[in-house]
Design a protein around this ligand. Structure first.
Ligand code: UT7
Length: 346
């Protein structure tokens, strides 16, 4: 088999020159304090804790307060990442925010984050729409900017306020998602072998209808009909995405390993997108990375889309699970279908 689902490095875009590279200087995350459990959902819709936890691994999700917007959560995660990095907001050269739930269609959530953080008024920033792969895409872009020497310090945030854009009358999708933000600050590597060693990003536009927000954009502008049909909310054909996710995530992990001449046994931690533990069982099976090396927090957070990987990363870092010199693989997949992986020597 050839192509991006084959997991072969030669099918991917050629890797860039290795030096100068980038490294993650600091991580941070934020989860709203309000927790909604599966049992809470049982009271308001036709579902059960047993169904949700056995089919997905999810026990609860964090839901933002009514006065919280995506940029508020992104700012808190970014402040923690900056603090961990020992970098002032004014030292940032670029702000990238991966999100499908921006504060507004215009301007970017990144501009709210710039203002909230007190970053330089001329610090560029933009939002990146790659759904659950938003953080991996952002990391890939940030790595390229730092590696090329164009920018020194880049903030990459994944943030989602999915509770405002899921259809709470569609039990097949709404129970899966949660709110939150995760962030990293990227800076130049030190030529000591540590840093972002590779990134691979992919997309398959033939799968658009399997996971999308069909209304409210230029194709089907917002209208009373869009509102009545709830087309402005997330629409997902779960089984199609599930199958693609197992293949796409596994292939992107195998590509990362091959591109770095590494075997599954060389990986200390796989930090995957948290969409479904059964998807991760499939990834474990296909990649050969043992389950005890896969960081899983989905029971607590549910699926937070682009925030999922950086939240998990920061939790693992702050729990002391990740140590200098360890090899980490990140992978994520979602609407687009867009997906990708990154291999980092911590
Ligand atoms: O992050 C972006 C990527 N997203 C994903 O990766 C999600 C991928 N998809 C999935 O994780 C799974 O497909 C789901 C968790 C969404 C669904 O799991 P499934 O095992 O594929 O279930 P299903 O859709 O085949 O539904 C099985 C049954 C159906 O009932 P019948 O037709 O068999 O009688 C559903 O109506 O489960 C029913 N069902 C529910 N029952 C209780 C669906 N949702 C619920 C629910 N509570 N919330």
């Amino acid at each position: 088999m050839t192509g991006p689902l084959s997991g072969r490095a030669e099918s991917a875009a050629p890797l860039r020159a290795r030096q100068p590279g980038s490294r993650i200087l600091g991580t941070g995350h934020y989860l709203p304090s309000n927790v909604v459990t599966n049992r809470d959902l049982e009271k308001v819709m036709d579902t059960s804790d047993e169904w949700i936890s056995s089919r997905t691994g999810i026990t609860q999700r964090h839901i933002a307060a009514p006065d919280e917007a995506s940029s508020d959560m992104a700012t808190k995660a970014a402040q923690r990442a900056l603090e961990a990095a020992g970098i002032a907001a004014t030292d940032l050269d670029l702000i990238i925010v991966g999100t499908i739930s921006p504060d507004m269609p215009m301007p970017s959530t990144a501009m709210f984050v710039q203002r909230n953080l007190g970053a330089r008024k001329d610090c560029p920033g933009f939002d990146l729409s790659a759904a659950c792969a938003g953080f991996i895409y952002g990391l890939s872009i940030a790595d390229a900017y730092v590696r090329s020497g164009i920018y020194k310090h880049v903030l990459v945030v994944g943030v989602e306020l999915l509770s405002r854009i899921v259809n709470w009358e569609d039990r097949t999708s709404c129970v899966l998602f949660g709110d939150g933000a995760g962030a990293v600050v990227l800076g130049p590597a030190k030529n000591d072998g540590r840093g972002v060693l590779s990134t691979h990003i992919y997309a398959d536009g033939s799968m658009i209808e399997s996971l999308c927000i069909p209304g409210g954009g230029s194709r089907t502008p917002f209208s009373a009909e869009v509102l009545a049909k709830k087309q402005h909310l997330v629409h997902m054909v779960g089984t199609e995405v599930f199958k693609y996710a197992v293949k796409g995530l596994s292939a992107s992990v195998l590509t990362a390993l091959e591109a770095n001449n590494m075997a599954p046994g060389d990986i200390d931690w796989l930090i995957p997108h948290q969409a479904n533990v059964r998807i991760l069982d499939g990834v474990q099976h296909r990649t050969g990375i043992p389950k005890e090396r896969i960081f899983i927090n989905i029971a607590d957070t549910a699926n937070t889309s682009s925030a999922s990987v950086p939240i998990a990363l920061d939790q693992a870092v702050r729990a002391g699970k990740i140590q200098p010199g360890q090899a980490l693989v990140f992978c994520a997949l979602g609407g687009g279908i867009a997906w990708g992986s990154a291999l980092v020597r911590w």
